[in-house]
Design a protein around this ligand. Structure first.
Ligand code: MN
Length: 533
């Protein structure tokens, strides 16, 4: 028997669960009208005036976005807004393979504009800002990433993470910054565009960029999912047809929609995803969505292959796993890093080497800031950027070994406790409490996601009654258990992507979440295995 004494086995009733979830939210629920004024974003009013001026004077405006979900969503909201003005807007999303990340000298080579605006990138675009200055192009940066030591020379920078910006809620994604700015542009131009219509796309961006679902983010996601359910936007119609549910949750977006939108930029070009979002009819949107589905399947295969190789190179004793490989697909190294974190329980950096240069992605765990670890060793790097939990970096192949050694030396000074993710098990549910009433209780605290995790429950030493494998390739398990001895009612646990075999003692200890399952118009509570101990 494994040591599971650290697990929370407290028995929860519906009342105590309700109290537990309520305690996550100290303040009252915010309304859309509680969103702090966009004018509080430093320089947003100036930037909006400059954009309005450009429109009034028929200047050429070029937008530069990013290839992840947040970046494509930001771009799509801008494109749709400008279409409704109407005013021509050239939108460029850099190609990960040809251009690399963000507005760069390479991207500017094909830009001929009076005004360049960035969304979800730009805070590190020092080189691009110099070129704009030389060429007499005005440059407005809108971003939400943490600024480095040197700020680009831009006309205006709108970024809540600027130390001088006093926007009351700073944990917002790139699409939110863009949307807030457009609210000011709308006022400048006295337009009658309803800003709420963009909340379907905005909610997807907030969820996919793993923003904390608290405060106004919670409000925006909740309202955004409602807009997604009713919107006439062709992409939203396709999304709800695809999900085919009476209520769409943040998790449906996180697990089913975001990976599809992301796969375009990861494997080919984000314009496929942008064309999906901005399709003018459902036929066109459907075609793009099919393409995204195919790319997502390809992404899964590529990721599985690369993970297999990366796992064999990882040093299980290291504090930070740093692995590299020739020909590893750049578009999946981030997901592979996440898989290594799961496997080793350590922060992981996965590098793809091409022509003597390594580009890669880092993912962290627990309280460890991978960004700070990387920054402390930036002398080995040619570029880096990111957040506490995820970062990107580039370095010469010859520096990899020294960098690995150095970052491990830095990490060895950290508190070992920081590497342990906080146990998030809420307690144990009684078998008879797992019913439709429990589902509606849980629904009251949606949307779940970052900073408001869907509650996880424990079954401890439950008797395994039966195991069935499901799915076309029999890769999922349906585990029937009896939670307590002699209990008549059994429970069914679903373990996705797990082939579970009968344990010798016929007992299982695992954590699970409860989700709503809709099948043939029948609603039931589905127990999804989170982790088997
Ligand atoms: Mn972003």
């Amino acid at each position: 028997m494994k040591n599971t004494t650290h697990l929370n086995t407290k028995i929860l009733t519906k009342n105590s669960l309700y109290a537990l979830l309520s305690s996550r939210f100290s303040q009252e629920e915010k309304k859309l009208s509680d969103i702090p004024s966009p004018a509080l974003l430093q320089d947003a009013s100036h930037a909006a005036k400059r954009i309005a001026h450009a429109i009034n004077n028929k200047e050429k405006i070029t937008l530069v976005g990013d290839y992840d979900v947040d970046g494509v969503s930001s771009t799509a909201i801008m494109v749709d807004f400008f279409r409704q003005i109407p005013y021509p807007l050239e939108a460029i999303i850099p190609n990960r393979f040809k251009d690399g990340y963000g507005v760069s000298p390479t991207v500017l080579e094909r830009v001929d504009a009076d005004l360049v605006i960035t969304v979800d990138n730009g805070i590190a675009a020092v080189a691009a800002s110099k070129i704009c200055k030389e060429r007499g192009i005005d440059f407005i940066i809108t971003d939400h990433h943490t600024p480095g030591d040197i700020l680009p020379h831009a006309t205006y920078i709108v970024d809540p993470k600027l130390s001088t910006c006093t926007y009351p809620f700073k944990e917002i994604c790139g699409a939110q910054v863009a949307w807030l700015l457009l609210g000011l542009v709308k006022k400048e131009l006295h337009l009658s565009i309803n800003m709420k219509q963009f909340l379907d796309i905005l909610a997807i961006a907030i969820i996919a960029d793993i923003m904390p679902l608290i405060d106004i983010n919670r409000t925006l996601v909740r309202e955004g999912l409602k807009v997604l359910m009713t919107s006439n936007r062709p992409s939203s119609i396709i999304i709800r047809d695809f999900l085919n549910k009476s209520v769409i949750t943040s998790e449906d977006i996180a697990f089913q929609i975001a990976p599809r939108i992301n796969s375009a930029g990861r494997l080919e070009d984000a314009s496929i995803a942008l064309d999906f979002y901005t399709a003018k009819d459902t036929h066109a949107a459907f075609k793009q969505f099919e393409l995204l589905g195919q790319l997502n399947n390809l992404r899964k295969e590529t990721e599985a292959e690369c993970t297999k190789e990366a796992l064999t190179c990882g040093d299980a004793n290291a504090d930070v796993i740093v692995v590299s490989g020739e020909g590893w697909h750049e578009g999946v190294v981030g997901i592979v890093a996440a898989r290594l974190v799961e496997h080793f329980g350590r922060p992981a950096i996965v590098l793809s080497i091409e022509n003597g240069f390594a580009k890669g992605s880092a993912r962290s765990i627990g309280e460890v800031s991978i960004y700070e670890l990387i920054k402390a060793n930036d002398s080995y790097l040619s570029k880096f950027g990111g957040h506490k939990m995820a970062a990107g970096l580039g370095l010469k192949e010859e520096n990899i070994d020294a960098f690995r050694e150095a970052i491990n030396k830095t990490a060895s000074k950290l508190d070992k406790e920081d590497f342990i993710p906080k146990e998030s098990i809420s307690g144990t549910l009684q078998t008879e409490d797992i019913d439709l009433e429990l589902l509606s209780l849980l629904e009251q605290f949606e949307p779940y996601g970052e900073a408001n995790l869907r509650p996880t429950f424990l079954v401890e030493n439950a008797e395994v009654v039966n195991i069935k494998l499901m799915g076309a390739d029999k890769s999922h398990s349906r585990i029937e258990i009896r939670q307590n001895p002699h209990e008549r009612k059994t429970l069914e646990l679903i373990a996705f992507r797990t082939v579970y075999t009968m344990p010798h003692d016929r007992k299982i200890t695992c954590s699970y979440t409860v989700a709503k399952n809709e099948f043939n118009n029948k609603v039931s509570a589905q127990l999804l295995v989170n982790k088997i101990y």
